[in-house]
Unconditional design. Structure first.
Length: 164
């Protein structure tokens, strides 16, 4: 295992002091309409522990700044001649940017049996029911996984050694 950097080798008192300074810098930044990093540099310029604490938290990614994911591009790189790509090329493509929902019209009912019309006979009138499918709103999907320290540190080599 690698050596621990000196910045992490601090006493419990220094850790507590850095935590208090990071919290204080965050509060003062709100009051002064500044950033916590700037307040920390001006007030305690040599407290690297507090600087690390301030770097830790980040605000969650919202739907507006979430990077776009091109699923079709991923399929093209995996299997350029696949049937799925041929279907994607002929399907309806809907863009939900700036919209909450889209209603896609479609036939809700079709005749149970094909209608045979004899030569010269009148054709029956088939009444179709039209309905729409609502697409949207876009939702965030959260996938979580619990990982033990042993699993996080495991590699294929260590796993093979444990089961042999």
């Amino acid at each position: 295992m690698g050596a621990v950097p000196d910045i992490y080798k601090v006493s419990r008192i220094a850790e507590g002091r850095s935590l208090q300074r990071a919290i204080t810098a965050s509060v003062l930044a709100k009051i002064q309409k500044s950033t916590p990093e700037k307040v920390l540099r001006e007030t305690w310029p040599r407290d690297d522990g507090a600087a690390l604490i301030l770097k830790g938290p980040v605000s969650p990614t919202g739907t507006s700044n979430f990077p776009a994911h091109d699923v079709v591009g991923a399929f093209k790189s995996l299997a350029p001649g696949s049937a799925a790509l041929k279907l994607f090329d002929v399907c309806v493509k809907l863009d939900l940017s700036g919209l909450n929902t889209i209603k896609v019209p479609g036939a809700a009912t079709l005749p149970a049996k094909p209608v045979f019309v004899g030569e010269g006979a009148p054709a029956p009138v088939v009444q179709l029911s039209m309905a729409g499918t609502v697409v949207g709103p876009a939702r965030t999907v959260l996938v979580l996984s619990g990982v033990t320290e042993e699993l996080e540190a495991a590699t294929p080599d260590t796993l093979r050694q444990e089961f042999t």
